[in-house]
Each structure stands twice: as C-alpha cells, then as structure tokens.
Design a protein around this ligand. Structure first.
Ligand code: SIN
Length: 513
C-alpha cells in the first residue's frame, strides 16, 4: 500500500488549496472521482465574501453571517471566518487569481443579506472557474500527485485512528488502498439529491457518506439551501442566475409583471435566500406558474455584459437577451449547510479524519448560508487544518461539540406497501417534491421510509454510478430524518405543519451510525 502524509479526497477549491498548503509539510495525494476540473467550484458565479473595503469590517461581516444563520451559527467559527478572510484573499491573489478591479482596487459587489458590497469576483461571473483554473495550475506546477477517476469508497480506521482510504479505479474497476496519517475530505455537497439543482454531477454526497459509514458525526443535515434564481427553461439544466444580478439592481417579477418581493419583506429582492426562495414558491403557486422572472432590462447594457458575461452568453444561446427581456427563473437546490461535523480546526470525532468545504459543517453557516461565504470558509478552514496537523493533531480524536446538540441514530422504519425501484431520477423527484423548500410530516415520513427500504435492499455497489446512488440514498435519508426531527421552521428548513421558529429548537441535530 502506498503511504502518504496527506490524502485529500476531491479536487475543487477545498482539495486544491489544502493540497498546496499541505505539500509544504509532507507528501500529498489528491484523489478525485472524475477529472481534476469536475467540481462545483467551477460553477460558482457570484464570488467570495471578505471584509476588505474601507466601509466594511469583520464585525459587520460577522453580524450579517449570524443574522442569515438564524440562531444556529457557531459564533466562534464565524469570528474566525471573518477575521481570517482577508489574509486568505491575499493568498489567492499571490497564487495568481485574477480578481476584477476598479480604479486599481479589487472590485466589490453586493449580494443578498450583506450590509455592504463585499463580494470579490473574477471574470465578471466566472469567479469559481478562475479560482479552480489558477489553483489547478499551481497544483500541476507543484507536482502534487493527482489520481483522476479514483473514487474513495471506504475510510480505513485502525485503533480509532485513520490509517488510509480504499478507492476504486473507475477505469479498470480495480480496488486500491492508500495509507495516510491524515485524510481530508473535500469532496463537495449533495445537490444531486434534487431534480432541480445548480450543482454539477459530482455532487453526490460522497464525503458525508464516507464519514458517516466510518463513524463520524453528521450535523445540521435538514438545512439545504435553495438558490432562488436558476434559469427555468424546458429541457435545459438549471443554470445559475447569480444573486449578484439582484445585487446590481435586478428585480423579480411574477407572470403578471408585478415586482412582488417588497410584498413579502422590506428587504425586497435582497432578503436572505431562504425568504426569497419561499416567496417565489408562494408567488408561483398564486399565479399557477412554474416560474417567475428576473428583470435586468433597466441596468445599463455594459453593466450586464461585463459583470455577467457567462449569464449573458448562456441566455443568448437559449434565445433570451437579458438586456432586453425578462429571464424565466425558479429556485433550485444549491448548497448543503450540514455535513461532517468539525471543530474550528477541521477535525472530526475520528482521529486523523478532517473535513472541509461543503462536505464539512464547521458551524459557520447555521441554518442558512450567507451568499458567497462558502469559498472563503474553505480557505480559512483549510489553512487551519494544515496548521493543526503541523502541530501533531492526528494522534488523538478531539472533543468536537456545538453549543447544544441532540444525538440520534437512524431508527427502524416501516417498509412502504408500494416501493418504487431505486434510481437517480426517482430519488431526485421524491426529494424535490417532498423534502424541498416546504416540507411536512407526511411527505417526509414517506421519503424516510423509502430511503430506509432502499438502503436495505441495495446490492453492494460495484462502480461509480452504484456508489453514487448509494451515497445519495444515505444522504437523502440523513436530510429527511433530520427534517422530520426538527418540528419547527428555521432558516432554510420550512415545515408547513410547524411554521414558526421555536426557542427549544435552537439546537443542532447530530446523526450517528
Ligand atoms: C450566486 O452567485 O448567486 C451564488 C453565490 C453563492 O452561492 O454563494
């Protein structure tokens, strides 16, 4: 078995940036189930939040993040995020990320629920792509070993300490093991749970499934963020229409042409994402439509084409001119706030196992992530993981606990009388219809029963598609069980049978095997 100091699972911003830091301390292997560029980072448009302007401060960023998180952010983690953000931006600039500038300064835009413009961007709306390409080049220059088409299938643990990872070579179907002192999960979220999703095909919850099966604690899974505005055209995969379009002045209109967001909240089009997404659902129901529209026709032509070149081009390719007409949009699954529970050093409850990015839950996002806080979270906590390992952290499992927690294991469930056959499309339709923006006990119970029965009946996975389906079924079960347990509404989790936040639920749900 080949032995490394660090094995990193995933090749988005989290995997690449962590690898670049780790290589200063030892041998590094990145394994990724597709090619190095297959990741969600590439699709990130809006940008990356950091309090770097004269009119901003870490304190204001702290308050905006806490307000969006609706009572469930870990304040210590948020404090670290906002304080360390600007140094991590300097790291990206030093690696060569070409942030957009205005009059010689880094340009900043506004997004929903931020008090001031603080979103850095690159190539207008191609921020993720620029970060991913730049970091991939640095990884290549550094001669860090990257194994593509290599799917991690099991975390190896000996005497309560990670000893390596088992993986499948997706081209040859051979199984390999890689030994390591530290295993870092950086494999993204589970957006493929849902029929409508802004996520790439890789987002099948692999990191959470690996961690849960190894005995790690999984937290906050009921909080799944739906982006309010993904392009909604028949037969076209949902394409993100960045929140920055509203940040620059775009407005939402219903099928009757009415600008409806001010009817729901004084924050209007720039209210937190969960509120905008739910308001859109109500408005679609009221008007009997599957879409609303984003109106950017009043913005100067040049603003739209230079700030949003990708959106402009994608829409034009589909017969829509953003500068001249309304663009049909609807919410789509976007970001998993929950994940593998870590402390402020990225450590899980298993010694030698770390998690970062969407597959982790550091507590920064609480019940609802503030826009553009995810890539900055990756940078801040990747750096802390490498610092911690440098100090010899992997020798013992750390105590990891959030303020107030309830622990649950997955319980027995009734086998439904009619059980559909497991498939990606059925899973995605079920989650979209019943575990989506608005949930209730009946729909959640139905899906939890089906996921449990599927888990039992699924044969041992043998290739990438069967592993991915198995991982998504597990993640779907975790999301659904947590959503059933949380008998209130908070942040991105809305129960029509419990429509209010309750003080007794200001706590976290932790699921364990
Ligand atoms: C967007 O551009 O609207 C997405 C940004 C994010 O999800 O943080």
């Amino acid at each position: 078995m080949n032995q490394y100091d660090y094995v990193i699972v995933g090749s988005g911003i989290a995997g690449l940036y962590t690898a670049l830091l780790a290589k200063e301390q030892g041998s590094v292997l990145i394994i990724t189930k597709g090619s190095i560029g297959d990741c969600n980072t590439r699709h990130a448009q809006g940008g990356i939040a950091a309090a770097i302007s004269k009119n901003d401060s870490p304190e204001i960023h702290f308050h905006d993040t806490i307000a969006a998180g609706d009572g469930l952010c870990d304040e210590e983690a948020v404090r670290i995020l906002v304080d360390e953000a600007s140094d991590r931006i300097t790291d990206l600039v030093n690696f060569g990320v070409p942030f957009d500038t205005l009059n010689g300064e880094i340009a900043l835009t506004m997004e929903a629920a931020h008090s001031v413009p603080r979103i850095l961007h690159a190539g207008g709306d191609a921020t993720g792509e620029h970060i991913e390409v730049t970091l991939s080049e640095r990884v290549h220059d550094s001669k860090i070993q990257v194994l593509e088409d290599c799917l991690a299938t099991e975390i190896l643990v000996e005497k309560e300490q990670v000893s390596g990872v088992r993986a499948l070579d997706c081209r040859t179907s051979s199984v390999e093991e890689f030994g390591c002192r530290s295993l870092i999960l950086a494999s993204g979220g589970a957006g493929q749970l849902y029929k409508f999703s802004t996520n790439s095909e890789i987002a099948t919850g692999d990191g959470v499934a690996l961690a849960f099966n190894a005995g790690a604690e999984i937290i906050d899974m009921e909080f799944f963020q739906f982006h309010p505005t993904a392009l909604r055209l028949p037969g076209v995969t949902p394409f993100l229409i960045s929140e920055a379009v509203r940040g620059e002045g775009g407005t939402l209109r219903n099928t009757e042409g009415h600008h409806f967001m001010p009817d729901y909240t004084p924050d209007g089009d720039l209210a937190p994402r969960d509120i905008v997404a739910r308001s859109i659902v109500y408005e679609m129901e009221r008007t009997g439509s599957d879409r609303v529209f984003i109106d950017a026709t009043h913005l100067p032509h040049k603003v739209t084409t230079t700030r949003f070149p990708h959106i402009y081009r994608f829409c034009l390719d589909h017969g829509l001119n953003v500068t001249k007409g309304l663009v049909p949009v609807a919410p789509a699954a976007h970001y998993m706030m929950g994940g593998t529970k870590t402390n402020i050093w990225g450590e899980t409850n298993i010694a030698g196992l770390f998690a970062v990015g969407e597959t982790a839950c550091t507590g920064v996002h609480g019940a609802n992530r503030l826009a553009s806080n995810s890539m900055i979270e990756v940078l801040v906590f990747s750096k802390r993981i490498i610092e911690r390992i440098g100090k010899g952290a992997e020798t013992k499992a750390p105590p990891v606990s959030r303020s107030v927690e309830v622990h649950h294991s997955l319980s027995w469930r009734q086998v439904p009388e009619v059980l559909p056959a497991p498939s990606f499309s059925t899973l995605q339709q079920l989650h979209w219809d019943k575990v989506g923006i608005i949930r209730d006990i009946e729909s959640l119970t139905q899906v939890a029963d089906i996921m449990a029965a599927w888990q039992k009946s699924l044969p041992q996975p043998v290739d990438r598609p069967t592993y991915e389906l198995s991982n998504l079924i597990l993640c779907g079960r975790l999301v659904t069980e947590a959503a059933l347990l949380r008998e209130e509404s908070r942040g991105a989790h809305f129960r029509s049978d419990f429509p209010h936040s309750l003080p007794q639920w200001q706590r976290h749900i932790v699921l364990v095997k």
